[in-house]
Write a protein that binds this ligand. Sequence first.
Ligand code: OSB
Ligand code: MG
Length: 387
Amino acid sequence: MSFDAGDRAISVVRVDLYRARLELVHEFETSSHRKGHIEHILVRVADADGGTGWGEVACPSDPYYCEENVDTCWLMLKRYLVPALLDAAWTHPQQVGEHMSRVRGNRFAKAGLEMACWDLHARRAGISLAEALGGTASRVPAGVSLGIEPTVERLLETVERHARQGYRRVKLKIRPGWDVEPVRAVRSHFPQLALQVDANCAYRPGEESLSVLRRLDRLGLSMIEQPFAAGDLLAHRDLQRALDTPVCLDESIVDADSAALALALGACRVVNIKVSRLGGLGPARALHDLCRERGIPVWCGGMHEFGIGRAANVAIASLPGFTLPGDVSGSDKYYARDLVQPPVAAHGGEVPVPWDRPGLGHEIVSERLEEALMLTETMTARSAAPA
Ligand code: OSB
Ligand code: MG
């Protein structure tokens, strides 16, 4: 390390927002909706010395996964979050969240800006983001999340393709009416496959759901993710008591309080950690630490990230508590051509952690960003000349 950036105050003097759109190579359907393309917001921060960092707001375009959408993120960044950051001095990215804390919620929007500050910090220090976060792994095990398909045959083909590529585990999206039959079919064709399911809140607590979930309980799944509504921790606790399969929470856990409550209740035995859902890398690391103390295994979830957000997922997944394969896959699973070089790629079911490259370890290719660009906005600090 050339110098200790942790001692010097950083202030961001310029922020560029880029709303970018990429087509998905394969349509993705969950219990709530189907998508053929993804629009995310890329965030570039610059300090007065010419240092830069990139982040990604990986918020869905529509408010069907969480309350935010891509337009609310753009508005919140422009009106509140970027102005708050441009007025702030900080010495470590862990403090960036405090400068944004006056704004309630809006965690996806916050996460993109905070991530850019981590990248800036790590680059100034001449270290990888994995090192800045306290990561330890040199490779992270890769898994895939597979959407609902029109037929069981198509699902089996999709599973087969990803298993052949070496992915270590497969997560299937389920919803009422697309659950026991497709999951049983996959289990019987791939008896050894590490398999789990994700309902994105689609079931209502009660006898009917319980009978479906009990049938899934006999299929040797690694976990059942978020069957019930985000706020219904009691239903998840009751379910966890009724099943052998671990329940995993995603949407339910948005901050330290919801995590502490879920763990105290025994509402889950596994936690999905998503940088975006939690409002950034700092909160994601804090949740990792809490779960590690409590002996709760965690894995890194995804939101169809482009290369920037995907690289951040790889970095956080290098922390020692990430003992389960996550939804960290190569970006070619979703996009024909990503926005970064080198691409985030899986080899033999693992994604290497770029310890030898500063920051995120992947650089934006400006021509590609140009091609994908929908909208851009530049904001500068009143005090400083734009970098
Ligand atoms: O619940 O994990 C989820 C994608 C969009 C919204 C919610 C979820 C997902 C995924 C995809 O499962 C994970 C990935 O990025 O590969
Ligand atoms: Mg999920």
